[in-house]
Ligand binder design. Structure first.
Ligand code: NAP
Length: 430
């Protein structure tokens, strides 16, 4: 028998398990710090994007196979160390994602009211770490920094009316706070131009169909239309949306301004954020942004930086600081230790990108470990955890938590999530 531990039950973890599980004589343990599975599907994908979240049914199919086990509410680094896992399993695969925000690194970034997207997205998605965030939504102005899909998610969630959350699983505390929000002017700051955005067309197009909010693009920021022909088709579609927003401004109570060629250089305020100082930029020959020295201010009571994520380092595990991921060769970190997904490649790509990634790393693992080295595997982990008084949450337990969440759903919603570990455990009588 060969034994594999996967740390992290998000898309990368379950796609890896899906390929491993098809091999003979294998037992796979998917370990997660939370009592609930699916990582970014539950706490990252926007609550109004339920069709993307539906992929969790596929992971459930993997989790319910005989040779895959969910080991929830077990924190690697606290309940069990990486070294202990390496002694118990033939291979350990880190599928820990990239849950930390890249630092903004400008003056004033530590003022109250400046929030990273990991925290803000975690808040509206009910991640226990961020349930108490209480973002300041009283002032009309908000600055959203970054030109990727996370910036779009954040701007859209801030802009939506309560009725537009029907059918979503946005959590109660966010639903209520947003219903009373004073936000009216959302600025999406891109340090480069419309041809350099990292936004996909479907997500960008959604901004054109909001009940009470309308996107605004300054036509002067758009490159000559003929230049769009040089773009790959997806980008061309995205830029077409921007051209449409510029050509057809619609008056609605909430505005979403695309501030292109706009790099935040400082955040100011008396004890809390009041404004962002932005420097106008231009592109250099390599299409990088370069400051022009000209600045302006945007009034904002809330700043959300959506400039990408990092994998948290683990003591003793080689790490590539520049790229915010584990140092690895195609997924191999050290003998017996692997990484997959954002922990391997950095925070890029969609959920689906993790499928071939997981399959490739699983094949690598299977090739490396052969028939296994007679390690203790599951019984060994169970004994260790029992000796420390840690009781894992099983997949059966999770399904009871899920049933309770479905029962608690408001009308039309798929579920009402528990937003604390205590409440999740209480649902299974602990
Ligand atoms: P991203 O796509 O890498 O975008 C990050 C943005 O931040 C870029 O526009 C980047 O601009 C900007 N940025 C970086 N450092 C900056 C700085 N110091 N000052 C100002 N701007 C800065 O990252 P993301 O939006 O976090 O998304 C992560 C991944 O998840 C992406 O692959 C994304 O497509 C995916 N995702 C997909 C969906 C969906 O499919 N619905 C939803 C959410 C996320 P530069 O280009 O100039 O560096």
């Amino acid at each position: 028998m060969r034994h594999v531990a996967i740390v992290g039950s998000g898309p990368a973890g379950y796609y890896t398990a899906e390929t491993l599980q098809k091999a003979d004589d294998i037992a796979v343990d998917v370990i997660d710090r939370l009592p609930v599975p699916y990582g970014l599907i539950r706490t990252g994908v926007a609550p109004d994007h339920q069709s993307i979240k539906a992929v969790s049914r596929r992971y459930e199919g993997v989790a319910l196979t005989d040779n895959v086990r969910f080991v929830g509410h077990v924190a690697v680094g606290e309940d069990v160390s990486i070294d202990e896992l390496l002694s118990l399993y033939d291979a350990v695969v880190l599928a820990t994602g990239a849950p930390n925000d890249r630092p903004l690194g400008i003056a004033g970034a530590d003022l109250p009211g400046v929030i990273g997207s990991a925290a803000f997205v975690g808040w509206y998605n009910g991640h226990p770490d961020f349930a108490d965030l209480d973002p300041p939504l009283g002032a009309p102005g908000v600055a959203v920094i970054g030109n990727g899909n996370v910036a779009l998610d954040v701007a859209r969630i801030l802009a939506k009316s309560p009725a537009e959350f029907a059918g979503s699983d946005i959590v109660a505390h966010a639903r209520d706070a947003l219903a009373h929000s004073g936000v009216r002017e959302i600025h999406i700051l891109g340090r480069r131009g419309p041809h350099q955005i990292a936004m996909t067309p479907k997500e960008l197009g959604e901004l054109g169909h909001l009940d009470r909010a309308s996107p605004r693009v300054d036509p002067a920021d758009l490159p000559p239309e003929g230049d769009d022909a040089l773009l790959e088709p997806g980008m061309r579609k995205s830029v077409t949306h921007l051209r449409d927003f510029a050509a057809n401004p619609v008056a609605k109570p909430v505005t979403i301004d695309f501030d292109f060629f706009a790099s935040p250089v400082a955040i100011e305020g008396d004890g809390r954020v009041e404004r962002v100082i932005v420097e106008k930029t231009e592109l250099d020959a390599d299409l990088r942004s370069r400051g022009t020295g000209e600045t302006y201010a945007i009034d904002a009571g809330l700043v959300i930086s959506c400039i990408g994520y990092q994998t948290p380092p683990i003591p003793g595990v080689p790490y590539e600081h520049g790229r915010g991921r584990f140092a690895n060769d195609e997924g191999r970190i050290l003998p017996g230790l692997y990484c997959v997904g954002w922990a391997r490649r950095g925070p890029t790509g969609t959920i689906g990108t993790n499928k071939p990634d997981g399959a490739r790393v699983a094949e690598l693992v299977l090739g490396d470990i052969g028939r296994g080295a007679g390690k203790p595997g599951r019984p060994g982990l169970d004994a260790l955890l029992a000796s420390r008084g840690a009781t894992p949450v099983t997949f059966r337990d999770w399904r009871r938590i899920e049933e309770a969440e479905v029962r608690a759903a408001i009308e039309g919603a798929p579920r009402e999530k528990f937003v604390s570990i205590e409440a999740m455990l209480a649902a299974i009588g602990r």
